[in-house]
Design a protein around this ligand. Structure first.
Ligand code: ATP
Length: 246
């Protein structure tokens, strides 16, 4: 159950290409919760979009258990984008049934998958509400439910708590503690403060490469190793991004 990217190259645009990756290698740690940390613009969203098949690499491969067909990636990797779009006129349950059908589930199963996802993200009270009427925090939970109905083995969440107030953020984090996809969970963020209890590992993305990939304890120990003392997590992140720690 391993999602791997190898020699990944990607640039936006053709005439004046904006290169994001040149030769990126990374393996999503199976069965682990990984926080993918990187400064703004480092390519976190692009990497997640490539890993779920939403974008196609210019070169290199994205493979699940060694097989890189688009169909295979689509089937095993679920992604929650940064922006969740409510579909006008649809209720929460309708939108999730639609998402489930669009992901290829048999029509008969869509209702049950939608109900299970609503329960998993604790949106039962809003099940019949219009998605356009949801609060910011509820909309993120809908986004997570849309990813869950895909029943992927790997779950990729793009800055799921960005812009949420502290109570909504806490609420979302508590939800994450209950979700354990077998192929691994990856949550992107540019904020070290998101590095809290529910994560097992940290990967730091900067300038097109994974600069650090280890456990949360190993990340914290980087400060001691470099003579920064027990240094704040923010300082460790900055040093890794600047290339001073590996
Ligand atoms: N559609 C696009 N067209 C052109 N350039 C883009 C596009 N999307 C992203 N980029 C550029 O690619 C680089 C990586 O962007 P990306 O959104 O993947 O970074 P990020 O780490 O997710 O940033 P943030 O933390 O701000 O969300 C940035 O320089 C960005 O400006």
């Amino acid at each position: 159950m391993t999602l791997t990217v190898s020699e990944l190259a990607y640039a936006y645009g053709r005439f004046r290409p904006k290169r994001v990756f040149d030769s990126l290698h990374w393996t999503v740690p199976p069965g682990q919760r990984t926080l993918l940390l990187g400064p703004n613009g480092s390519g976190k969203s692009t990497l997640l979009k490539l890993m779920c098949g939403y974008l196609r690499p210019n070169r290199g491969t994205v493979a699940y258990d060694g097989e890189s067909s688009r169909r295979r990636i689509h089937r095993h990797v679920a992604w929650m984008p940064q922006t969740i779009t409510p579909i006008r006129g649809l209720s929460v349950v309708d939108q999730l049934e639609y998402a489930s059908w669009a992901a290829g589930s048999p029509r008969k199963q869509c209702g049950e998958l939608a109900r299970d996802a609503i329960a998993a993200v604790r949106l039962e009270d809003q099940a019949r509400a219009r998605t356009t009427a949801l609060s910011g925090g509820q909309l993120r939970r809908l986004g997570l439910a849309q990813a869950l109905v895909r029943q992927g083995d790997v779950l990729l969440l793009d800055e799921p708590t960005a812009g949420l107030d502290p109570a909504q953020t806490l609420n979302f984090r508590q939800l994450l503690e209950t979700i354990a996809p077998p192929g691994g969970l990856v949550v992107s963020t540019h904020q070290v403060t998101d590095l809290v209890g529910e994560f097992d590992r940290v990967a730091v993305l900067a300038e097109g490469t994974i600069r650090f990939d280890g456990t949360v304890d190993e990340f914290a120990q980087q400060g001691e190793r470099s003579g920064m003392g027990s240094g704040g997590m923010e300082d460790i992140f900055t040093m890794i991004v600047q290339g001073g720690l590996h």
